[in-house]
Design a protein around this ligand. Structure first.
Ligand code: ATP
Ligand code: MG
Ligand code: FE
Length: 334
């Protein structure tokens, strides 16, 4: 089964080809137009997707050594994300679907972050997944393919958003997560004790208090102090975020009795989080899956592999598919 994956939910135009358990190509065109604005500008993102989507798909097909007539399904991101950006990918996929008579599969981007793990790990259930991305922080219990019980989620900022916003306070370019990670590696995580929000309570998260606490902390310091100690501050902030994430993952594992854990989304690239969850897994005898770095942040390989799981379950869409901006709100938490 050959699947062409297309992703355009935010500021990455991406295409990939998946064939019977293997990713044959994984092309990502990252948009640079947003850099000077310190965040993604939706209208500019749509235009940039429009410009690059055809060449990105062509490159993915050619790197995979295949052609559209050999593609069995087109898997495309339906949401959540920026509506204008999603529309470019979805409309393009619909066009290809009509022109080449290829069935369409509409993929949930957040599910796809999770299933990215099955590119390199054998597909296996049940598992507890911690999705930590730019827009979402969510713990799910997945007992069978594509059936997710939400155990907890953030009440305000996402973990990636916390890294990005706090990084901005420290003068780092957007997105600040990767740079904070790099700086933190030379810093002392115990330099300052930032709050671990909601640590003792349930499986929900909150990161906006941490952001405010860093803001107040920085307001009391002069520029020279901040410049000199930026790596220590980055390490202390990273410690606060990753302590909470690791503790809640542990609690979710204990609550569900699941022996398999999974990290997903851009923040799963974070070295401190990878280390702490690695130690947790080793001490408690859990199997831990974390995607390799290229599959943590947005990519189309994750869309393609999720498409393959959906195809297996007959979850094929049609030309009436619409994009959606937000993830459904989960009323019933288990
Ligand atoms: P969503 O998937 O929720 O729609 P998104 O697609 O923008 O949001 P991702 O691409 O999964 O999010 O991840 C991007 C986020 O990951 C950014 O907030 C970025 O700062 C963060 N990030 C990437 N690498 C690291 C890292 N090494 N350490 C911390 N954060 C990181
Ligand atoms: Mg991005
Ligand atoms: Fe994402």
């Amino acid at each position: 089964m050959n699947i062409l994956g297309i992703e355009s939910s935010c500021d990455e135009t991406a295409a990939a080809v998946y064939s019977d358990g293997e990713i044959l190509s994984n092309v990502i065109a990252s948009q640079t137009v947003h850099e000077r604005f310190g965040g993604v500008v939706p209208e500019l993102a749509s235009r940039a997707h429009h410009k690059t989507i055809w060449s990105t798909v062509e490159q993915a097909l050619s790197e995979a050594g295949t052609e559209l007539r050999h593609i069995d399904y087109i898997a495309v991101t339906r949401g959540p994300g920026l509506l204008g950006s999603l529309l470019v990918g979805l409309s393009f996929a619909k066009g290809l679907s009509i022109a080449h008579n290829i069935p369409l599969i509409g993929v949930n981007h957040i599910d796809a972050h999770l299933y990215a793990n099955f590119i390199e790990h054998e597909e296996s259930y049940p598992f507890v997944g911690l999705i930590v991305s730019g827009g979402h922080t969510r713990l799910v219990h997945v007992k069978e393919p594509l059936k997710h019980d939400v155990l907890g989620e953030t009440r305000d900022d996402a973990a990636g958003e916390a890294f990005d916003k706090i990084g901005k306070l420290l003068g780092l370019p957007y997105p600040a997560g990767p740079e904070m990670d790099k700086l933190a590696q030379d810093g002392n995580p115990g330099f300052h004790d930032f709050p671990r929000s909601m640590m003792g309570k349930g499986l929900d998260f909150s990161f906006s208090g941490l952001k405010t606490s860093v803001l107040y902390y920085l307001q009391e310091k002069d520029e020279a102090f901040i410049a000199e100690n930026r790596h220590h501050i980055c390490a202390s902030v990273s410690a606060a975020i990753t302590d909470v994430l690791t503790a809640k993952l542990k609690r979710a594992a204990e609550k569900t009795g699941t022996k398999q854990l999974m990290l997903a989304g851009g923040v799963s690239a974070n070295s401190m989080l990878r280390k702490k969850t690695g130690i947790l897994a080793e001490r408690s005898g859990y199997k831990l899956m974390i995607p390799s770095l290229q599959y943590c942040t947005d990519n189309a390989a994750m869309i393609a592999i999720t498409g393959s799981i959906m195809a297996r379950k007959g979850m094929v869409g049609d030309l009436t598919m619409k994009p959606f901006a937000r993830l459904e709100t989960q009323s019933a938490k288990v």
